[in-house]
Write a protein that binds this ligand. Structure first.
Ligand SMILES: [Zn+2]
Ligand SMILES: [Zn+2]
Length: 249
């Protein structure tokens, strides 16, 4: 049985469609038996996304709260027509450890596979993006083989998002074929809850059982082992989670 040590996609109530404070999300991570949580609020192009100041001020958030490591993240929007991200000034990125880029219907109305694939190819080339978020959304068909096969070249990882698996009919098929391609091309993944309330933090059963069904190799799941998670953040951000101190920002 795969066990996760961190949830790397969560939202706090800086967005009106999410309901818990940062402290409550951390408590949710603790209840779920995790060691780390990434707070990844929606970037400003989302109708109720966080203001860019939310991100530039993340350096006041303690690195460890009640024993849980807190990773400073953002979920950026893939923007039309060509696959840029939200227009944000450079200085607001300074304190971000982790950047997800995802399609959202309100920011990028679905077009067709060709357009989505082109947008993702541009996203692959944006250096500050770490992760392709909830790629399994069936409203955004894309050439899966073409994108997944290039992820390692551009240092991108793939998110298997429990929320899409659980709420969207048809996305299980997509998530499964994406995961199989990650196996084929040895692309590391993260398994996340995309929780918008503290009670959902760490809830990833649907995603994990799909991965077990297809025999997905545990060593490719970045957030299934703390050392592996730490090595990843050392590599992309130069931070050492073992050095995070309780209550210290
Ligand atoms: Zn949201
Ligand atoms: Zn999203």
């Amino acid at each position: 049985m795969i066990k996760l040590v961190a949830d790397l996609h969560t939202h706090t109530n800086v967005s009106h469609h999410a309901y818990s404070s940062l402290e409550e999300m951390v408590q949710g991570a603790k209840r779920a038996g995790l060691d780390a949580i990434a707070i990844t609020n929606h970037a400003p192009s989302m109708a109720d996304g966080a203001h860019q100041w939310h991100f530039s001020n993340l350096n006041i958030v303690p690195r460890k709260i009640d024993g849980i490591c807190v990773i400073r993240g953002i979920e950026m929007n893939i923007m039309p027509p060509n696959g840029t991200t939200d227009p944000m000034e450079e200085r607001h990125f300074k304190h971000l450890d982790y950047v997800i880029a995802s399609f959202h219907e309100v920011c990028f109305p679905p077009v067709n596979s060709e357009v989505h694939t082109k947008a993702l190819e541009n996203i692959l080339r944006i250096p500050y993006v770490n992760t392709l978020g909830h790629l399994g959304n069936q409203n955004y068909e894309f050439d899966q083989e073409r994108i997944i096969s290039q992820c390692n070249e551009f240092g991108k990882i793939v998110e298997i998002n429990n929320n899409s698996l659980a709420i969207r009919k048809g996305s299980k098929e997509n998530c499964t074929s994406i995961a199989k391609l990650c196996m084929k091309y040895r692309v590391p993944i993260v398994v996340t809850s995309d929780s918008h309330i503290s009670f959902m933090v760490g809830k990833t059963d649907s995603a994990l059982s799909m991965l077990e069904e297809i025999g997905f190799p545990e060593e490719l799941i970045i957030n299934a082992d703390f050392d592996r998670l730490n090595n990843y953040f050392k590599k992309i951000r130069g931070i050492d989670l073992y050095e995070f101190e309780e209550g210290k920002a």
